[in-house]
Design a protein around this ligand. Structure first.
Ligand code: COA
Length: 141
């Protein structure tokens, strides 16, 4: 069965929570199921769902400012389906729909080991970016 990618495709909270736990290594952490459906419909421009038959195998969330800027979050492909181009395809569909929605810029941040994926496979240009871990105590007040 071919993998199909769909912009704003249907999903349920349980399967997305499972994929997120697997992709970000938090299996068994006892995290509560996230209210993905409610949150995405309230805050996102859209998202892409990849399915192999009925199984959810890939996902990306496209957050935005309601105008020119869209932001890639939670890019994930299930372990059983990696290195088949699904991540690249999911990002390409996200990029196309952000463009169709009138966005001028698509942002993402990532760690150094994903440089090849985001820059070579998906076409992002490197830039400077900044990040603050808000759960940490301030070090410079
Ligand atoms: C990152 C991720 C989404 C990539 O999905 P994928 O479907 O395997 O990606 P693709 O098959 O389209 O990869 C295209 C190319 O990017 C590079 N690439 C993909 N995943 C990579 C990884 N984890 N590390 C380094 N390079 C990677 C490879 O060069 C790959 O080509 P190759 O398979 O011929 O070597 C997937 O590994 C994943 O879910 N990881 C865990 C969650 C995560 O870290 N998400 C990113 C948060 S910023």
């Amino acid at each position: 069965v071919a993998v199909t990618c769909q912009w704003r495709g249907a999903f349920d909270d349980a399967e997305l929570t499972r994929l997120h736990r697997e992709a970000f290594g938090t299996e068994g952490s006892g995290d509560e199921q996230r209210r993905w459906g409610e949150l995405l419909h309230a805050h996102s421009l859209g998202w892409v769902v990849a399915r192999d038959g009925d199984a959810l195998v890939g996902f990306v969330n496209v957050a935005w400012d309601g105008d020119a800027h869209a932001f890639i979050l939670d890019t994930m492909v299930s372990r059983t389906h990696r290195h088949r181009g699904i991540g690249t395809e999911v990002l390409a569909l996200a990029r196309e729909h952000a463009r169709l929605a009138g966005c001028q810029w698509l942002h993402v941040d990532y760690e150094a080991d994903l440089t090849h994926f985001y820059e070579d496979a998906c076409g992002f240009a490197p830039t400077s970016a900044g990040l603050i871990a808000l759960s940490e105590p301030p070090w410079n007040t």
